[in-house]
Every structure is written in C-alpha cells, then in structure tokens.
Design a binder for this molecule. Structure first.
Ligand code: SAH
Length: 198
C-alpha cells in the first residue's frame, strides 16, 4: 500500500497467501521483506511489490481465465487464484514443475499447472482473459497474442537491454490490434525457449 498499490483485491490476496511457505527454510526470516529470493534451479520468487504490481495491471475479475508463464514457486499463481481467477500456469523447468505441482496440491486454489515452453501458450485451453509473463521476455510471443481474448490484457516484462525490462500492458482491440501501455523498469530472470532440465 505504501508503495502505491491500491487495488483492494490485490492487497487482500497478498494478505491471504502466506509467502513464507513458498521459500526454502533458510529464507524463512526474510519472507516478508520486499525482495526476490532464490527458489532453486537458478530461479527466483518475485519481489512482493512486483507480484502486486503485475497483479494490479491485470485488473482481475472473478472467474477470469488467466494464463501465467513461469510458475516458479507458485506464489504469483496463488495470488491470482486468491483474487478469484482460474489460473493456468506453465513452467519450463522440470524440477521446479514437479516440486511446485506437488506443493500447490495442498492449496484450495483453482490452478492447473503445465510443463512446457510458455512461448507456445496453451492453444487448447484458450482464449484467455488475461496473460501474465513472469520472466524477462526477449520478444512478444505471437502464440500468446493469438490466445488472448478480444478485450483481454497481457502483462509482459519486455527486454530493453541485458540489464532491465520495461513492463508492458497490451490490450487486444476489436480489430485484433494491440494497445500498448508502458509501466517502468523491472528485472526478471530470463524467459527461455523449450523445456529445461538445467
Ligand atoms: N511467478 C514465479 C516467478 C518465477 S521466476 C513465482 O511467483 O515464483 C520465472 C520462472 O519462469 C522460472 O521458474 C523459469 O524457469 C520460468 N520460465 C522461463 N522461461 C520460461 C518459458 N519459456 N516457459 C515457461 N516458464 C519459463
């Protein structure tokens, strides 16, 4: 709230989902700091502010179908589900996928997890009302634009250079074109292609 998040649905969800259970025990004391932390396999759980910011840009309404690229720890997926969304989330890292899938089974949320390359989306489950990418995207994947409903929004940290990304919100217009809004600089781990065992 102090950092400018005002969507009560987002703030409630952040209050509801306990972040400490998503972290390795060595980070337990830091779980409620506004920082990103390692979650294994070279990946990170996003900073709470970033999770809240992306969630706010999405303007989630109850029962919306939301596609997330980059499940990671599952924290962002749970926040979206706590906001009332039906979440479909793709992770390319096999180890993380397996670990997080077992972990998320303990939660009461509507989250379906998929192992795959998020660049391709989930053609058989679309169209989606919202799409969120939680890794630094070198380009806007055309498959994801195709799977976005008319009037739907996609939030994507698009690479500017090696150092940071610009947060974009793209809204699909009636004629299929995309309205583009920009929301400042962020830093994510890279969005990669294909499956990974690394
Ligand atoms: N939303 C996560 C943040 C994880 S970091 C959370 O709340 O914890 C980004 C994640 O994106 C990593 O787990 C990484 O493995 C994954 N990723 C990177 N490229 C991907 C791709 N092409 N498809 C799916 N997942 C990808």
């Amino acid at each position: 709230r102090n950092k400018g998040i005002s969507d009560e649905n987002v703030l409630n969800a952040i209050n509801t989902v306990p972040r400490h259970v998503f972290l390795d025990s060595s980070f337990l004391n830091f779980a409620y700091q506004d920082k990103a932390f390692p979650i294994g396999s070279g990946q990170t759980i996003s900073q709470p502010y970033t999770v809240a910011f992306q969630s706010s840009l999405l303007e989630i309404k109850k029962n919306m179908k939301v596609l997330e690229i980059g499940t990671g720890s599952g924290y962002q997926a749970c926040v979206l589900a706590a906001m009332g969304a039906k979440v479909f989330s793709i992770e390319r890292q096999r180890k993380l996928y397996t670990k997080t899938k077992a972990f998320l089974a303990e939660f009461p949320y509507r989250i379906k997890m998929f192992l795959g390359d998020g660049n391709k989306g989930l053609p058989t489950f679309g169209p989606f009302d919202r799409i969120i990418i939680t890794a630094a995207a070198p380009e806007i994947p055309q498959a994801l634009i195709d799977q976005l409903a008319i009037g739907g929004m996609m939030v994507i940290p698009l690479c500017e250079n090696d150092d940071h990304q610009t947060m974009l919100r793209l809204t699909k217009q009636e004629d299929g074109s995309m309205k583009r809004e920009t929301y400042g600089d962020f830093r994510f781990v890279p969005m990669l292609k294909n499956l990974g065992d690394d």
